[in-house]
Design a protein around this ligand. Sequence first.
Ligand SMILES: O=c1ccn([C@@H]2O[C@H](COP(=O)(O)OP(=O)(O)O[C@H]3O[C@H](CO)[C@H](O)[C@H](O)[C@H]3O)[C@@H](O)[C@H]2O)c(=O)[nH]1
Length: 621
Amino acid sequence: MASTAEKLSGLSISDDCASCPNLQKNLGILSPDEVELAKTLLHEGQSHLFDHWPDLGVDDDKKKGFLKQVALLNSSYPGGLVQYIQNARKLLADSKAGKNPYDGFTPSVPSGEVLTFGDDSFTMLEDAGVREVHKAAFVLVAGGLGERLGYKGIKLALPSEITTGRCFLQHYIESILALQEASCRLAQGQCQAEIPLVIMTSDDTHAPTVKLLESNSHFGMKPSQVKLLKQEKVACLDDNDARLALDLNDKYKIQTKPHGHGDVHALLYSSGLLNEWQNAGRKWVLFFQDTNGLLFKAIPAALGVSSTKGYHVNSLAVPRKAKEAIGGITKLTHTDGRTMVINVEYNQLDPLLRATGHADGDVNCETGFSPFPGNINQLILELGPYTEELTKTRGAIAEFVNPKYKDSSKTAFKSSTRLECMMQDYPKTLAPSAKVGFTVIDTWLGYAPVKNNPEEAAKVPKGNPYHSATSGEMAIYRANSLILRKAGIQIADPMIDAFNGQEVEVWPRITWSPKWALTYADVKRKVSEGSSISQKSTMVINGQNVFLDGLSLDGTLVVNAVDEAEVKVTGRIQNNGWALKHVDYKDSSIPEEIRIRGFKIDKVEQLEMSYSEPGKFCCSS
Ligand SMILES: O=c1ccn([C@@H]2O[C@H](COP(=O)(O)OP(=O)(O)O[C@H]3O[C@H](CO)[C@H](O)[C@H](O)[C@H]3O)[C@@H](O)[C@H]2O)c(=O)[nH]1
């Protein structure tokens, strides 16, 4: 006869439980849902998870805690744990067999939109992008720990540059708010008043991200405008049968690891936000990453490309140096005729090329760059087709597994592994009719991430980008200097200096708040010819209506102005300015976010002008 517990749980003494006596004797403490979950695990060959379960009455809370974790793992994966285990078995078998995920495909260089900063087409696209952006939603993936950078805090809290100390999140939010305002102005009343921002966090980044937002009044965004979606980790796998790995220190816990930024699609789908946005008439979703201080300089034109070309998927790319740690955008043609344009991740591009007749693998061509544009993981998706696709897939993204085998028999792993996925693999499931394109922009304009610690950055081969806090900051000054130079201001040539073992160009430290200029046309409207800025100078513009006209700057100038104040900056301004001082990344007396750059700023002297009242002003020394 079945026991009461078994009747309650809807089980008779089934084959499932008979095969797992340690689970069977504990059924009395489990709810029907928990029993279902346990049964699911048994069906999927996971009885080892219960092998060590003692008799009823011992560790009962821990047993319940274990099933709580199983429930979370089950609910946070599209298709649940059964799907996860089945996907894992298949991918592990392919990996063991040495199957190439690109089997049957031949890579070639795709053609896409190549933009030239500042030309007529670029200006037209920027204008189109700004007009369109009030119909967009932004999604920032920020669940990564940034292990390569090794910074203790979250990367969003790192200053993008230390002249103003504006952290990445502040810069991103201010950029979105400035776009919102500019777009609404152009749309003349036809506009979605608030552009939503979603931030994907993880257990590693969630609490500090909330704290960063709350302690800074959401950097000016309405709290309701920002939504956080937390990604969960996935279960680790112990062997080729996809047996889930128990924590070595706690047998009532399954080991988990991050599943990758591809989770963002399933999370957006399950959050219901896509439908909400569609119902509100939104048209675009823009995905971006945690540390690219230049990105928003490329957003208007890139969105302009999407809207004028009608792209369902538009990936932003930059010219790529061979072996640079960014994926290559590649056209793949299958022997059966299928083609797709997709990111081939940096660790897969070289083997794919070698396997398809390119004996040298991932190398530069005569241009000094890889022929494959580098994916910077800024994706612009058209919301309608995106929602339609996710309704079919529930946001599941093609996964991969990367086990480190103990030996060539490929039967045991050095440590547990897990499935991973990447957000840029979204187009892999699309029908051939989907309009998938990409847009190449200059690296100096749009891509300067902060990923590598000083030691690793110093080892980067000469000519390849460092992707460090040093290079990320210097790239902002360089881009601003080059933009102003193109707009007609005389900007002195940079100096070459080395910080934390990395040789970089040091341009004048020029920064502006996003509301000063979002596009090249904005910049041109605000500067007149006849101005000059020396190499040792620093210029900070915090304000919308600040105009440079006949300025000669040799030192530091900071201008703060409310929107209603129209300020003309003119004449010769000279002072001792702000100097960059070398610091060593090993000097722990200096805050980490400073020393990872290799310099600090010695603020010797400046002219700071603040305009807090409406009116017309002239700023001069
Ligand atoms: O589980 C994760 C892992 C990462 N991230 C976020 O995803 C972004 C990208 O993570 P990494 O910086 O670690 O990414 P990689 O450098 O490995 O590579 C990615 O970014 C590169 C450009 O910076 C290339 O585009 C490459 O093809 C793409 O996979 C970051 O904002 C990170 O916070 C998550 O949200 N969750």
